[in-house]
Design a protein around this ligand. Structure first.
Ligand SMILES: Nc1ncnc2c1ncn2[C@@H]1O[C@H](COP(=O)(O)OP(=O)(O)OP(=O)(O)O)[C@@H](O)[C@H]1O
Ligand SMILES: CC(=O)N[C@H]1[C@@H]2OC[C@@H](O2)[C@@H](O)[C@@H]1O[C@H](C)C(=O)O
Length: 387
């Protein structure tokens, strides 16, 4: 306990946030300096490093996510293998930053989601005991389950940190993340933290990535800058079919994942429409448009009737898909839309920074879920601490 009290009592702490999201493209590591806690938290990004996910691990994670292909043996083994990989990512970040692990106070690790049953259970793996053992750094992990235990979705958990970082007295801000899944956080102008609301808008890059992978026969894993989508046309029949997905019409709080929009869903679409479209690129253009539409329509249904939005700030890898961003801008013409880089931040680092902030809150014993956002019955302290 003395070790923990020493960390808590420090004015400034060096914390590494680790995020491996639904895209499974890599482990995002943000080394930050955090001063204070709660609403007075101040964060400075010192370094950001993306540790590529080795191909065999990516394949194993995808297998573990699949009801048909997974096994208890695989999930058990993968939990430790990912713990090792997260540790490597931390040690690399320290080396690249010229800061020894002994100087890092804390790690906040999200883990890898392998299955998510909204309001029922959620599983993130990447054993934190392995991370603490290999790095010698106190590790906070497994944030989502306490919220689920309190009746919530266990997601999204980043909005708490977004209120700390982005709240504004004069502007209503929407933070849209486009990772594998798309999620939006609404911070009304001059709001208190319990007025913040958030939900998953639907797919982010998940369908686009899977279709690109199919069409290029595994040569490409994503549509770089949206170049492929810019070359095709929208296929109305496919678009209408996609728009009939029930998730789009569900009322928030709501969360989704690979279970609804993953490889199985995308493969079915590809197999059916490759025979129908003139040019296979039309499938990429159409799923990109569908993704933009799910985001814009969510705003029209669940946000704009209640708040005039002053700014939308987009983050996540989808920020770099120009076709997708232009389609969103076209759908929401009257609103100022930016990406994190436009305001001097990093689209890639945002969620990893959030994990560092959440870990700091956990060791201070601060409630760090938002019941209005997750649907939990009460505020709770998320996470487990490994010394
Ligand atoms: N230069 C680029 N051009 C187009 N798309 C890109 C580019 N770079 C990254 N992406 C997309 O972003 C994805 C990764 O995004 P990100 O790392 O934000 O997702 P994630 O954190 O894994 O997901 P989630 O936030 O849903 O958990 C890639 O799979 C790819 O589709
Ligand atoms: C269960 C789970 O892993 N959910 C993720 C996922 O990825 C994006 C979206 O779906 C969001 O709900 C959440 O992640 C972010 C980091 C969050 O909790 O805020």
């Amino acid at each position: 306990m003395e070790k923990l009290f020493n960390i808590i009592n420090k004015n400034k702490k060096l914390i590494i946030g680790l995020m491996s999201g639904t895209s499974i493209d890599g482990i995002d590591c943000a080394l930050v300096e955090i001063e204070g806690n709660g609403l007075n938290t101040k964060v400075k990004l010192i370094n950001f490093h993306k540790h590529e996910m080795p191909v065999h691990l990516k394949q194993d994670i995808l297998k573990a996510c699949s009801i048909e292909k997974s096994s208890t043996e695989l999930i058990c083994r993968l939990n430790f293998l990912l713990g090792e990989e997260f540790s490597k990512a931390v040690l690399e970040t320290c080396e690249l930053s010229g800061i020894p692990p002994s100087k890092i106070d804390l790690i906040g690790s999200h883990g890898q989601t392998v299955y998510h049953i909204p309001r029922n259970s959620t599983l993130q793996i990447g054993e934190p005991s392995v991370i603490a053992e290999r790095t010698g750094i106190t590790t906070v992990a497994d944030f989502r389950v306490r919220d689920v235990a309190a009746g919530g979705h266990g997601a999204p958990i980043v909005p708490y940190t977004e209120y700390i970082l982005y709240r504004n007295i004069e502007k209503t801000i929407v933070l849209q993340n486009i990772g594998g899944i798309g999620n939006a956080t609404v911070i009304p102008k001059n709001s208190t933290i319990d007025q913040v609301y958030a939900f998953d808008t639907g797919p982010g890059n998940m369908i686009i990535d899977a279709i690109v992978n199919e069409i290029t026969k595994g040569q490409k894993h994503y549509d770089e800058e949206g170049k492929l989508a810019s070359k095709g046309n929208i296929n109305r029949e496919l678009f209408e079919e996609l728009m009939s997905h029930p998730y789009i019409y569900k009322e928030p709080p709501k969360t989704t994942g690979r279970e609804e929009f993953g490889v199985d869903f995308s493969k079915k679409i590809y197999e059916k429409y490759k025979k129908i479209v003139k040019n296979e690129l039309d499938i990429i253009t159409t799923v990109t448009y569908f993704t933009a539409k799910t985001i814009a329509d969510s705003y029209k249904k669940w946000i704009l009737p209640y708040h005039k939005i002053d700014e939308i700030i987009i983050s996540g890898g989808g920020s770099y898909n120009k076709t997708l961003i232009n389609m969103i801008k076209e759908e929401l013409k009257e609103i100022k839309i930016m990406i994190q880089e436009d305001i001097g931040y990093s689209s890639d680092a945002k969620e990893a920074i959030a994990m560092a902030i959440l870990a700091n809150e956990t060791i201070h014993g601060n409630f760090n879920n938002l019941p209005r956002v997750t649907g939990a019955s009460k505020p709770v302290v998320l996470g487990k601490i490994i010394f």
